[in-house]
Design a protein around this ligand. Structure first.
Ligand code: SIN
Length: 311
């Protein structure tokens, strides 16, 4: 049986279902070039800000359990101008480059969105959910500010614009966010970001495991998969195929990727797997997904997408 995992996000073709998430190992040009050489179907760049940032004090990333990370990186990045240049240089790898942007004010979001409209990035992901900046709340939890942000992002050029969302835990929040996404013609969403402001304690040292924000950080990896799946399913139902969905959260093997496909994701992004396993993870995940598709007699992503049955 011939199986294709080719897919698309907002009409931009991806050669396979799995690419990296904006997070680990995508900040420097060398890291991005490694993604270019890997089997990641896109090159998603680290969330950038107007000015370069060193990020939060170290230690700011801890391995907590076998397949989990706690991090509070604080958006270390080289500043947006560098990533505009990288988007051009990375074109030689023949796969879409995805920019990720975050502002400290709505004007900064606006400036970044417009700057990347003129870049070689194929898609622009607005990070509305970084939990790790001290004193700054996640904009994705403030629906009033989200409306203001979307009305700016709406006034844009021709490149598809998407939102990286925080996890929501209540159907009312899925309803409100979906209405905003449809009203402002957002082309894709990436859900979910890490679960923000979680605490891991080392009981032997009687200490937190990371330094920033009194040890609070974003939790990622296998523990968050059920939350990510629920968010994908909720948005898939509400957005009715009008908006592409990147599933993100706890995808450690091909079976996990297949679960996101059943829940309605058009593609998946991986962060923790990339951090733990390196760039070889993309090939393993794609092979595992193909095995699951073959087992269920699906030959394409379109055939399998959203085919979750309910008891
Ligand atoms: C970080 O750099 O703190 C992580 C980015 C994010 O969670 O959006």
């Amino acid at each position: 049986m011939s199986i294709s995992t080719a897919t698309n996000i907002a009409g931009v073709p991806l050669a396979s279902y799995v690419c990296n998430a904006s997070g680990p190992k995508c900040t420097s040009y060398e890291e991005l070039a490694e993604l270019g050489r890997s089997k990641s179907s896109a090159i998603v760049m680290k969330t950038c800000t107007i000015l370069p940032r060193k990020g939060n004090p170290e230690p700011r990333l801890a391995h907590v359990g076998k397949n989990r990370l706690l991090q509070s990186m604080g958006l270390p990045n080289l500043g947006y101008e560098k990533y505009i240049g990288f988007s051009k240089k990375l074109k030689k790898y023949g796969k879409p480059v995805i920019a990720s942007i975050a502002g400290f004010t709505l004007d900064e979001y606006d400036a970044l969105a417009h700057a990347f409209q003129k870049s070689d990035a194929a898609l622009i992901e607005i990070n509305a959910s970084c939990p790790n900046i001290k004193g700054k709340s996640q904009i994705g939890y403030d629906f009033g500010q989200m409306r203001d942000l979307l009305s700016l992002a709406c006034d844009r050029g021709g490149k598809p614009v998407g939102l990286k969302l925080p996890p929501y835990f209540d159907p009312v929040h899925w309803d409100i966010m979906s209405e905003l996404i449809l009203e402002y013609n957002i082309s894709f969403i990436s859900c979910i970001n890490s679960i923000g402001n979680t605490l891991v304690i080392d009981p032997w040292k009687r200490s937190t495991v990371i330094k920033p924000k009194k040890g609070l950080g974003g939790l990622s990896g296998e523990t968050i998969k059920p939350i990510a799946l629920a968010n994908v399913q909720a948005f898939y139902e509400r957005l009715m195929g009008q908006v592409s969905i990147f599933g993100v959260g706890g995808i450690m093997n091909g079976i996990d990727a297949f679960e996101f496909l059943l829940a309605g994701a058009d593609a998946v992004q991986v962060g923790t797997s990339l951090e733990l396993e390196g760039a070889g993870c993309f090939g393993h995940l794609d092979a595992g997904l193909r095995t699951m598709m073959e087992y269920h007699h699906f030959s394409s992503i379109a055939e399998a997408k959203g085919k979750l049955s309910y008891l």
